[in-house]
Ligand binder design. Structure first.
Ligand SMILES: [Ca+2]
Ligand SMILES: [Ca+2]
Length: 502
């Protein structure tokens, strides 16, 4: 038992030491002499600073086309100098594009003791290389349906690459990834640190910097020191365009490699360099601005030219689809935000209502305290519905009343304008009076039937409703009419005032 415990303790100590070693800060430094990137990747004479290219490779301001989409093309680009650091990370942004469903042959990144060929046998570079090749093999030579494939092949200068089997017997490690015809440039990050080789791949489905995924990791990899960096590509019977947009090299330094005082030095250096960089940046912007002012037409033409020449129908369609998707995504995000806002407001309203209700109940809620039971709201859904229905009935009644008043006033005007009551008006008034009389009779009868005491009241001396004199009814009707007219005038004035505000 005790030996097991001892072993466990030993293991944990070793593990913690390993973790300590691995979590040591890695100092990174961008190595501009082993990098190239747009804009102004190539200078006016076509040369790429610190690099040399050849074969069918062409460099422009925006990219290096290692091999164009023509049959049997080969090209390569190599760093002029060998590196002066042990550990490094290289980030390559590239595009392999072609009209065919299948393309060929592929592209390779090289870290070798010496510069290779520009028109060699292995994806444009020399065979029997000494060092590392990370190959992006498009074409499936062995017909095993396992291409495009990304693989690392290490050679000591003696082996010949076996194209027939796509190097399947020689590779150190690899992963099956499609890197052809992607909407955004594909990327590979190759890291060689403390004899561990790690390759990450970005599949180009997004332009998000963080979308790298691990392709493979291999340990105990030993590469020659002070090697050169290179890229090459080749086409065969089938042909893709092989474009490299950037190659960025970063040297990696572990803590032990830092010399005493080196940190301070690098901080000073950093400050100085960043100052210089800012100055150059300002100068560059100024020059660009001047150029634009001097040649406004030329700049516009150039921008348009590239768009017109380098976009096929398929690419345009794809771009449109992606733009559409991006827009949908934006709309959805906005919608999501708004729904969140609405929910937040609703929650606020609910809490306010709850507070009001509890205050009405005489139980003030302590701030921050959660009520033990959510009280039901003072107004329920059915109450609300009933309220709305009542309101509607009231509105309808008022509208009817208004119509009636207008009709009455019209008739009154007509009768006043006519100089005397017409036969028709007199008949209508008589009818109305008959109706009023009938209603009064009905009400009296109902009252009589409902309450027997009323029958015994003095009204009983007049058992028939017709005993109400015509003069009395006329007076009542006249008073009613006058009241209605006054109300109609008052209402019209009110409406006129209200209209002024709108
Ligand atoms: Ca192949
Ligand atoms: Ca294959």
């Amino acid at each position: 038992m005790s030996s097991i415990k001892l072993n466990l303790v030993l293991c944990s100590v070793i593990l913690s030491i390993l973790v300590c070693v691995n979590t040591q800060t890695v100092h990174r430094r961008f190595e501009y002499k082993y990098s190239f990137k747009p804009p102004y990747l190539a200078q006016k004479d076509g040369s790429v600073p610190f690099w040399e290219y050849g074969g069918n490779a062409i460099a422009s301001g925006e990219s290096v086309r290692l091999a164009p989409s023509l049959r049997s093309q080969k090209g390569a680009i190599w760093s002029k100098q060998g590196i002066n650091f042990d550990w490094w990370e290289v980030d390559i942004m590239f595009k392999v594009t072609g009209r065919g469903r299948i393309g060929a042959d592929g592209l390779a990144f090289w870290y070798t003791s010496q510069r290779g060929d520009y028109t060699g046998e292995v994806f444009g570079s020399s065979d029997r290389w000494n060092g590392l090749a990370v190959i992006f093999d498009s074409f499936d030579n062995d017909n095993k349906h396992n291409n495009p494939y990304i693989m690392a092949v290490i050679n000591d200068g003696t082996k010949v690459f076996d194209h027939k089997s796509d190097g399947s017997q020689q590779l150190l490690s690899g992963c099956l990834r499609d890197f052809r015809n992607k909407p955004f440039p594909t990327r590979a990050r190759i890291e060689y640190y403390l004899n561990t080789l790690t390759v990450y791949f970005h599949n180009g489905m997004t332009n998000n910097e963080a979308d790298y995924e691990l392709c493979f990791r291999a340990e105990n990899v030993i590469l020659p020191r002070g090697g050169v960096l290179g890229l090459s590509a080749a086409t065969g019977g089938l042909a893709d365009d092989h474009d490299v947009i950037h190659l960025l090299t970063t040297s990696l330094h572990s803590q032990q490699q830092q010399q005493p005082g080196g940190q301070q030095m690098s901080v000073d250096e950093q400050q100085k360099l960043s100052q210089e960089y800012q100055e150059y940046q300002k100068k560059l912007e100024q020059q660009k601005e001047d150029y634009r002012k001097e040649h406004p037409d030329e700049v516009r033409d150039k921008d348009g030219e590239f768009d017109d020449w380098f976009e096929s129908d398929g690419q345009r369609e794809l771009r449109q689809i992606f733009q559409g998707q991006t827009q949908i995504h934006d709309v959805l995000r906005d919608l999501n935000k708004k729904v969140d806002e609405v929910i937040g407001k609703q929650m606020n309203a609910l809490s306010m209502l709850t507070a009001v209700y509890s205050q009405a109940q005489g139980q003030p809620i302590q701030p921050g305290a959660v009520p033990a039971q959510m009280p039901s709201l003072p107004i329920g859904r059915h109450d609300w519905d009933a309220l709305v229905a009542n309101n509607q009935i009231m509105i309808n009644t008022i509208a009817e009343l208004k119509g009636f008043i207008i009709e009455v006033s019209r008739k009154t005007d007509a009768s006043a304008g006519g100089g005397g009551p017409s036969q028709q008006f007199v008949a209508e008034v008589r009818d109305s009076l008959q109706q009023v009389k009938a209603t009064v009779t009905g009400v009296a009868q109902r009252l009589a039937a409902g309450s027997p005491q009323v029958v015994n009241a003095p009204i009983s001396s007049c058992p028939d409703a017709s005993c109400v004199s015509v003069t009395g009814v006329l007076i009542v009707a006249a008073v009613q009419l006058a009241l209605m007219l006054v109300y109609a005038m008052y209402k019209e004035r009110k409406e006129a005032q209200a209209k002024k505000f709108f």
